[in-house]
Write a protein that binds this ligand. Structure first.
Ligand SMILES: [Zn+2]
Length: 113
């Protein structure tokens, strides 16, 4: 028993624009088989997909970690760290105070004479 398809009949098909299984109008019939359908939702006319949802191509298993590794691999190398500056010698404040006091004494002694 074969089904007779007529143009304008409603038939379920996979819409290539909506990416859903939706009602379609048969747009053309070739040799008794549906050739093209028109989506009743978006009015997109496309080849008949036998109401089958197409398989998606297998996705590459890429995690955030592997993507980050790829980015880091392509980054230019960081320049070497410059050497740390030599630490400043600590000021001996007591010696500085002694020098100041010596100057004051010589200045004061010089005035008194
Ligand atoms: Zn559609």
């Amino acid at each position: 028993m074969s089904t007779v398809y007529r143009i304008g009949e409603v038939h379920d098909d996979y819409c290539t624009s909506c990416h859903l299984l939706l009602s379609h109008d048969i747009a053309s019939v070739v040799n008794g088989q549906i050739a093209k359908t028109t989506c009743r939702t978006c009015f997109n006319t496309h080849d008949y997909k036998q109401a089958r949802i197409p398989k998606r191509p297998a996705k590459k298993e890429e995690t955030k970690r592997s993507l980050m590794d790829q980015v880091l691999r392509n980054m230019p190398q960081m320049p070497a760290m410059p050497p740390a500056p030599a630490p400043k010698p600590k000021r001996d404040l007591w010696a500085a105070l002694g020098r100041i006091n010596e100057k004051k004494e010589t200045a004061a002694g010089g005035d008194a004479k």
